[in-house]
Ligand binder design. Sequence first.
Ligand code: AP5
Ligand code: MG
Length: 213
Amino acid sequence: MKIVMLGAPGAGKGTQAKMIASSYGLPHVSTGDIFRANVKGGTPLGLEAKTYMDKGELVPDELTVRILLDRVAQEDCKNGYVLDGFPRTIPQAEVLDAELTKLGEKIDYAIDVEVPDENIVKRMSGRRACVNCGATYHIVHIPPKKEGICDACGSELILRDDDKEETVKNRLAIYHQQTQPLIDFYSNKGVLKEVDGTKDSAEVFEDIKKILG
Ligand code: AP5
Ligand code: MG
């Protein structure tokens, strides 16, 4: 099963992708997480990606596509995966589609997690991410058991560099311009499913399970 998560920054793609991945035994592939791990590790890829990420801009397609195709070619992806944050532009979706076609495969579901822009900025300022394992929380909606500490690994929780209000607004503008057209792209392929992302995260996941069966 190959799933693409669509939705604005902060819609809850990562939250739902992790739940799908653990329930259905699929790898969770997030280009944002891959870039952040490289930023943290100070790799050349990380240094390049950071210049775009800090401004809320997209990392160039060529680089992003290369990273993603390398990742999904790994052994653990052979029975499927949940893509979170990729594709984000029509050219990215076209390359993925062409690569899958070569293998006689396709995306089975594109799940669009819908949340209006007004809710997004509030959510982002409350998000906290683990410096070590990348688990995400929300100080109000999905709090960790102990403030500032990751439930999963006990490391420190921080506000992401690109979650500042101005950067979030830029990410939203770029989302509407470059990523939203993917809704039509996957709708035309007959695989688009929409869920209401303003519900509680457990309810959103129930709706997704009804879709995936
Ligand atoms: P990426 O990491 O993909 O960021 P994003 O799309 O902006 O999405 P987020 O991770 O911010 O949000 P999310 O939808 O995963 O929400 P989450 O579940 O955390 O990309 C970062 C950057 O990397 C990009 O800006 C770009 O520079 C670069 N990049 C990555 N991929 C790229 C690509 N393909 N091409 C080019 N550049 C790329 O939830 C948000 C918050 O809300 C959390 O606090 C969560 O706990 C809370 N929450 C979740 N669900 C609910 C709910 N139902 N109710 C209440 N709160 C909730
Ligand atoms: Mg995410």
